[in-house]
Write a protein that binds this ligand. Structure first.
Ligand SMILES: C[S@@+](CC[C@H](N)C(=O)[O-])C[C@H]1O[C@@H](n2cnc3c(N)ncnc32)[C@H](O)[C@@H]1O
Length: 305
């Protein structure tokens, strides 16, 4: 549980709290740290109502964890999800030769057309599907092309592909393609209108939006991977990368689905940015890791059988 979670839980039932209350409740932490966590979370978890007086903000978000097969979305209603953001467990043994890299320690599979039909069924019209994919190389280019074909056949439109450059990371496999991955974005039908149209807004005097995601996507996301000693899952994406992506493709209070949750980081990114999230993960061991990530977080709801 983060210090911000602790502060939130401690004061959520009170109308207000003072800095002194917050210091007293966290005597083991330096006062500057306690104050900093309140300030960092102003507008997110806390609101300042007077000098030195704060209140917790009500939140409608939740992160639900389901244990099971993320390829079976039959429990979700048609057109019920605002964004699917996922990183499916793909296997590319040929490209992983060399170096000391360990192979995937979880079940892997290749997408089929049915997977994309199910994604299209549960996603709302115009909303975005974000797939984290390996950078293209001589072993995987046909599969990567196949994924785009399946998506198209299921009713998705290619929106954009933005590389995730893994900061200063250099792979020990000797393959430059391992230093990046792709953030592949599709929309279900024509993309919803999230892109601010300044010209039209100025001309009409009211906010106008055009088809596309919330802001112009960058040429690349340059984000350092999670350091090995901090990772709780082999393929864990950086939290800041997930938060940035979510802000481009969703609004606050919307619902995100990650059907291959791994470490659950997309759920944490969703809550941090005031979105709700449904996580699905098949491996017990990862379920435990996700539960640990959200320990003490009142917005987390594990729904185990
Ligand atoms: C590439 S990892 C996801 C990593 C995740 N994005 C993160 O940043 O932590 C894929 C995950 O999918 C899980 N998985 C494999 N097959 C699955 C299935 N059929 N349903 C749900 N989860 C599955 C694996 O156990 C693994 O944790």
């Amino acid at each position: 549980m983060t210090l911000a979670d602790k502060l939130f839980n401690c004061f959520k039932k009170q109308d207000s709290f003072t800095l002194t209350d917050a210091y007293k409740a966290n005597r083991e932490k330096p006062r500057e740290t306690v104050r900093a966590r309140i300030y960092d979370n102003l507008g997110i978890r806390f609101e300042r109502i007077a000098k030195g007086v704060y209140k917790t903000l009500d939140s409608n978000e939740a992160c639900v964890l389901l244990e099971g097969d993320g390829r079976d979305l039959s429990m979700l209603e048609d057109n019920s999800i605002d964004c699917i953001f996922t990183d499916h467990p793909w296997l590319d043994l040929k490209s992983n030769k060399g170096g000391t890299r360990a192979f995937a320690q979880y079940e892997c599979f290749k997408y089929t057309l049915e997977d994309f039909k199910e994604k299209a069924r549960v996603l709302k019209d115009g909303c975005f599907l974000v797939e984290i994919l390996p950078a293209e190389n001589e072993n995987n280019y046909e599969y990567l092309y196949q994924i785009k074909q399946y998506a198209k056949e299921a009713g998705f439109i290619y929106y954009s592909k933005v590389p995730w450059k893994k900061g200063t990371f250099v792979s020990n496999t000797g393959r430059k393609a391992k230093n990046t991955q792709d953030v592949m974005i599709f929309s279900k039908g024509k993309a919803r209108s999230m892109r601010y149209d300044k010209k039209k807004s100025d001309a009409t005097g009211k906010p106008c939006y055009m088809s596309g995601c919330n802001g112009m996507l960058p040429t690349m996301f340059d984000v350092q991977p999670v350091p090995k000693n901090k990772k709780i899952h082999q393929s864990e994406l950086p939290l800041s990368l997930c938060e940035r992506i979510l802000q481009y493709v969703t609004y606050e209070d919307e619902v995100v689905l990650d059907s291959f949750a791994g470490s659950g980081v997309i759920g944490e990114a969703a809550l941090n940015t005031k979105r709700s999230c449904i996580l699905i993960e098949i491996l017990k061991e990862n379920i435990e890791k996700i539960k640990k990530r959200f320990e003490g977080n009142i917005l987390f709801q594990p729904m185990m059988e």
